[in-house]
Design a protein around this ligand. Structure first.
Ligand code: OSB
Ligand code: MG
Length: 342
């Protein structure tokens, strides 16, 4: 189900002055080496559309709803001016951990990618230990397995990672029943690691099912896949669980949407995954939303025309993105027309 939202702007308003950029990453992340994004300026300011390339129109349409919500919808009402952020550590060798974490000045929380296909639990243990050594006993270290473990593998990993004292484990397994089982087994075995749901929120037909099933201790919420700040805030309210606001390797424009969401959530007990501008080798603004003193600003982003030109995607990629916006727009228009009917 696609979220409701403001009346759609004309398709031409989305396409006429749009930019498509291709930003190389410093380190490969979930198989991605260059991040592409579609940027457009609405009456509220610059907004972003950047679903991953493999997503079909149905899934990507929620991301377009978010693009429109941020550019054309109700202005967010932030409760804070800065948001604490975590460092995001790709599945690199342990020896590379310090050089990556140094890009996140002041961040006391690290999210470590684990369970990367082709790697071993020993690789994860070494990487997580290096992250713990970097932040010290006062810091926080969480891991994200992106659904790659079974229930048994999760428990084995949590036992092996226990010396690093995890803040939580994010989406260790794929399904809601498995998440529930992981939580039960953690309690049965006398462990205490909280379980966070990410894919079970952002890729689910019903983002609240995991909360209703009592299958997670906290939720990871992302503005773009949930259809924007307005619907995401509704999900946070109804879930009744603590949340971490995160992002999807966005440009600073997409990160600013996440920062406004994080700033609008009533309670924000965890550092948010909004520091990832540090993963990009270039950005679309001269004032990128980079972490400083462990936080990012909550502000709109002005894009820089020179940077847009320098990071512009090749013509055939631009054409692909414009087609994708058209396809998603059609879906949104159809779904909004349907909800208007009796
Ligand atoms: O939460 C963070 O630290 C950064 C964002 C992140 O990890 C991410 C980025 C792109 C795609 C998936 C994920 C994820 O949380 O699984
Ligand atoms: Mg995740």
């Amino acid at each position: 189900m696609l979220p409701d939202g403001p009346a759609l702007p004309a398709l031409d308003d989305l396409l006429r002055d749009a930019h498509v950029v291709a930003l190389p990453l410093r380190n490969r992340f979930r198989g991605v080496e260059v991040r592409e994004a579609f940027l457009v300026e609405g009456p509220n300011g610059w907004t972003e559309f950047s679903p991953f390339l493999e997503y079909g129109a149905a899934e990507a349409s929620a991301w377009l709803a978010a693009t429109i919500d941020f550019g054309w919808g109700p202005e967010p009402r932030p409760l804070r001016e800065r948001v604490d952020v975590n460092a995001t550590l790709p599945a690199v060798a342990a020896g590379h951990v310090p050089e990556i974490l140094r890009r996140y000045p002041g961040c006391r929380t690290v999210k470590v990618k684990v369970a990367e296909p082709g790697q071993t639990l020993a690789d994860d243990v070494a990487r997580v230990a290096a992250a713990r050594a970097f932040v010290g006993a006062e810091g926080r270290v969480r891991v994200d397995a992106n659904m790659h473990w079974s229930v048994d593998e999760t428990l084995a990993a949590l036992r092996a990672l226990a010396p690093s004292d995890l803040e939580y484990v994010e989406q260790p397994v794929a399904t809601v029943p498995e998440l529930a089982e992981v939580r039960r087994r953690i309690a049965d075995e006398g462990l205490s690691t909280p379980v966070a749901a990410d894919e079970s929120v952002r890729k689910a037909a019903d983002p609240l099912a995991v909360a209703r099933a009592g299958a997670a201790d906290l939720l990871v919420v992302k503005a773009q896949p949930l259809g924007g700040i307005t619907p995401a805030l509704g999900i946070v309210r109804e879930a009744g669980l603590p949340v971490v606001v995160s992002s999807a390797i966005d440009t600073s424009v997409g990160l600013s949407m996440g920062a406004f969401l994080a700033a609008s959530v009533p309670e924000l007990p965890y550092a948010c995954g909004l520091g990832t501008a540090a993963m990009l080798t270039s950005d679309v603004t001269t004032e990128p939303l980079l972490p400083s003193e462990g936080t990012v600003d909550v502000r709109r982003i002005d894009v820089d025309v020179d940077l847009l030109r320098r990071t512009a995607a090749p013509a055939e990629r631009r054409a692909w993105w414009l087609d994708r916006v058209r396809a998603c727009y059609e879906q949104l228009a159809r779904s909004r027309a349907a909800t208007g009917e009796p």
